[in-house]
Design a protein around this ligand. Sequence first.
Ligand code: DX5
Ligand code: ZN
Length: 266
Amino acid sequence: MTRIVQISPSILSADFLNLQRDVSLITSNGPSPEWLHIDVMDGHFVPNLTIGPPFVKALKAITNVPLDVHLMIDNPGAQLDWYLDAGADLVTIHVESHACAMAQAFSTNTLVKTTRPVLSKGTSHVIETLSAPQAEILGSLLTRIRDAGAFAGVALNPHTPETVLKPLSGLFDVVLVMSVHPGFGGQSFIACSVDKIARLAAVRTAAQKRKDESEGSFLIEVDGGIDVTTAPSVVRAGADILVAGKAVFGAADPVKALAQLRQAAL
Ligand code: DX5
Ligand code: ZN
């Protein structure tokens, strides 16, 4: 069976003052992208600050392209419903987010965190394992997303190993592999992400071989530094959805750039 690679252009690199124009440009000329990637950043989980639910709702009103909402926020449990109500079709939460909230609540030191964030320079939280309470909270959030009729995604920062997902098996539809430190568009691709994607694809294949549908049917999404040069290796490793900001909206001709990325991902 031919695998169809999906593209999710990130509006982070679009012109925010002309967003409707930029979105219509890539959705009305030639084959539309499968998703629109929306980066929600809270200024805490990542040093940058972007947009909130009213903005997602406004986008929903101007496009039929499914909205892929990437929550880079400390405490997704408190805000999840806002994004679901605003019309998100895929909502992705970070495994590190609740560890972060809980670490703060209990003053534990389970994370590596920058104390002085630098705008546009990448570094991000890392967790090695999920504690039972963390896994329970994350699992309940993923279930809440699915119960609302959306797809549930779980994101891993560049240095968080995919093995942390074990207690969440079967509870997510998408794993988002961050191939840059989250927070900014236009960063360089972190090469070891290819191996992480391959290991996730192997986990998926193993589950499919033992006919475990719930654990073997997730898609792998990759986010950060994706362009025509990096796309082929992540697709070969097993990525199904490619997020691309700078390579699409940052290009002189976004329609042509999207077509070229699609071609590179074949
Ligand atoms: C980074 C964001 C990405 C970003 C990707 O934190 O999660 O979605 O828009 O941008 P590029 O494709 O330019 O690396
Ligand atoms: Zn993103």
